[in-house]
Design a protein around this ligand. Structure first.
Ligand code: SF4
Length: 190
């Protein structure tokens, strides 16, 4: 059964060292907290997700077996861009590096198959190239309904990622326009 404890009673008891719930405050103050990032190396970097360019602090430490462990990523309070704050994507940047659920190789599900299978990058790139060629050949339009020459591919769309650098974005756009694509989209268009 719970004791009937007023706020004043609680503080009075706490002042002599033992709380009504039985905690010994004198013992509790002896516990020394150690930060997980104590002694870690701090590196300044930029969030990879979008063009806002929020600054990050990455804390790393050498583990006993010699490998460098990434302990924490947080917003850099010295940055005039984000002043230490991060959006939910940036705040989860640590997971990009260490999540055990991260897919690290291309996956392929063959037509009719129910399971995804790990494949090599060579297999994935060859498959991608042959599928793009087949789709483009099948859906390329040379003239529209009014007889205008349009030379466009209506059967493929391209979606870029916010982690693209400017150069990657330029290259991807040139390549896709060169194939005649008209549906180009970008995740970072927010
Ligand atoms: S994704 Fe979020 S945290 Fe990263 S740069 Fe953009 S706004 Fe900043």
């Amino acid at each position: 059964m719970f004791m009937d404890v007023s706020r004043r009673h609680f503080l009075q008891l706490g002042a002599v060292g033992v709380t009504p719930l039985g905690f010994d405050l004198a013992e509790a103050t002896k516990v020394k907290q150690r930060l997980r990032i104590e002694g870690a190396t701090v590196s300044r970097t930029i969030c990879p997700y979008c063009a806002v360019g929020c600054a990050l602090l990455a804390y790393t430490k050498k583990a006993s077996d010699g490998h460098v462990e990434l302990l924490q990523i947080e917003g850099d309070p010295d940055s005039p861009v984000n002043e230490g704050r991060l959006c939910p994507k940036g705040a989860s940047a640590l997971q990009l590096a260490i999540s055990r659920r991260r897919v690290e190789s291309p996956m392929y599900r063959a037509p009719g198959a129910t399971e995804w299978a790990k494949v090599s990058w060579d297999f994935a790139l060859d498959k991608l190239a042959s599928n793009i060629k087949a789709s483009r050949d099948r859906t390329f339009v040379t003239t529209d309904g009014n007889g205008n020459v349009v030379n466009r591919c209506e059967g493929i769309a391209f979606a870029g990622g916010a982690a693209f650098s400017s150069e990657e974005g330029y290259l991807a756009t040139k390549l896709m326009r060169g194939l005649g694509l008209i549906y180009l989209e970008q995740q970072a268009r927010v």
